[in-house]
Ligand binder design. Structure first.
Ligand SMILES: NC(=O)c1ccc[n+]([C@@H]2O[C@H](COP(=O)([O-])OP(=O)(O)OC[C@H]3O[C@@H](n4cnc5c(N)ncnc54)[C@H](O)[C@@H]3O)[C@@H](O)[C@H]2O)c1
Length: 339
């Protein structure tokens, strides 16, 4: 079966391409390399022995998207990762985010609506919950007012898919709400490649450990949590990638109960910033240079998933621990520094 993976050269997309190919799917990647490198294809090939078909294409170009689906009539499923994801940049330039994250989604859905049957997986985020009132967070927790245009594109994206599915019985979709993806493939052939200053905690930790950054700032230790630092649910990227394959198989095998479904993808365990630092120190044997600074505006205190629905309905469960995921991130960081 031929599957389109948009943003397939990116962090989560590349790991998902590997898991799809391991399961025998025929993968076509679309990526414009705005936040990735074509060399990722070689990493994928070294892991799986297969170089996926690659189309360098900007999904903002509607005509090119139409032309792609015209050329690849046999695409049966789409996993849509391609998006811009820097929260701060989205505040500075909201239209860029609405164009890239919403425009591209609409163009792809329009093409899928023309098909007799189509399966669609969307990269959503736990940001849709904001600071949830209850932990762990279930899929029924209310969606809160978005804190940024980026977060809003995930909420709007889900609404667009839900509304489209309502009037398009041939379209089957699943939105996966990721918690905090981290780590790298155990082969260290692919991993996260942040351009500029990392937005996420783990690459900032590993870059500081590798000496690329002088110091890690921990934003606040006076939150109402056991050690005072914010708590997140760190999910290993290979576990996350496997969740996409399981979700896609659910749709392709007509096992879905509704033609639009939503699942949390996390571990169900919250870890504080200090626990993440301790995990790094344990797996690397290095002391991390960090400093507690003022709270950062917009940071929520605690977010971790209730994964019961994904466990029971999808039959998927995260397998790796924070230490294992951290170790993979550290091995990857050392590898990219030595190249
Ligand atoms: N990484 C996270 O912490 C996280 C958390 C929740 C949700 N998500 C979502 O998951 C998805 C993948 O995230 P990621 O961390 O792998 O990001 P990433 O930036 O590594 O990957 C996205 C890929 O999409 C490509 N792309 C962007 N705009 C494009 C366009 N117009 N046309 C073609 N390609 C385009 C980029 O070049 C990049 O390779 C995104 O939708 C993101 O919002 C990520």
């Amino acid at each position: 079966m031929k599957i389109l993976v948009t943003g397939g050269l990116g962090f989560i997309g590349s790991h998902t391409v590997v898991e799809l190919q391991n399961k025998g799917f025929d993968v076509v990647i679309i990526d414009d390399c705005s936040n990735s490198d074509e060399k990722v294809l070689e990493g994928i090939e070294r892991i799986t022995g297969i170089k996926p078909i690659f189309e360098k294409l900007d999904l903002k170009e509607k005509d090119k998207v139409e032309d792609f689906f015209h050329r690849y009539k046999d695409i049966e499923g789409v996993i849509h990762f391609a998006a811009s994801k820097a929260v701060g940049e989205s505040v500075e330039n909201p239209l860029l985010y609405y164009e890239n994250n919403i425009g591209t989604l609409v163009y792809i859905l329009k093409e899928l609506c023309k098909k007799n049957k189509a399966s669609f997986i969307f990269s959503s985020s736990c940001t849709v919950y904001g600071q949830a009132d209850k932990m762990p967070i279930t899929e029924n927790a209310p969606v809160k007012q978005a804190e940024s245009p980026y977060g809003n594109t995930k909420q709007m994206g889900e609404e667009i898919i839900r509304d489209t599915c309502k009037v398009t019985p041939n379209l089957n979709a699943i939105a996966l709400r990721y918690f905090n993806p981290m780590g790298a493939h155990p082969s260290a052939e692919i991993g996260e490649l942040p351009i500029g200053v990392p937005q996420n905690l783990v690459p900032f930790i590993t870059q500081t450990g590798a000496g690329l950054r002088e110091q890690l700032s921990v934003f606040g230790d006076d939150y109402p949590t056991p050690d005072g630092t914010c708590i997140r649910d760190y999910i290993y990227v290979v576990d996350l990638a496997k969740a996409h394959v399981v979700a896609l198989e659910r749709l392709l095998g007509n096992k879905n109960k509704d033609n639009y479904e939503v699942f949390n993808v996390g571990t169900g365990t919250g870890s504080s910033v200090l626990e993440a630092i301790q995990s790094f120190e344990k797996v690397s044997g290095k002391k991390l240079n960090y400093k507690i600074v003022e709270r950062r505006p917009g940071d929520i205190t605690t977010a971790y998933a209730d994964t019961t629905k994904a466990n029971e309905v999808l039959g998927w469960k995260a397998e790796y621990t924070l230490d294992e995921a951290m170790e993979s991130a550290w091995v990857w960081e050392q590898k990219i520094r030595s190249c």
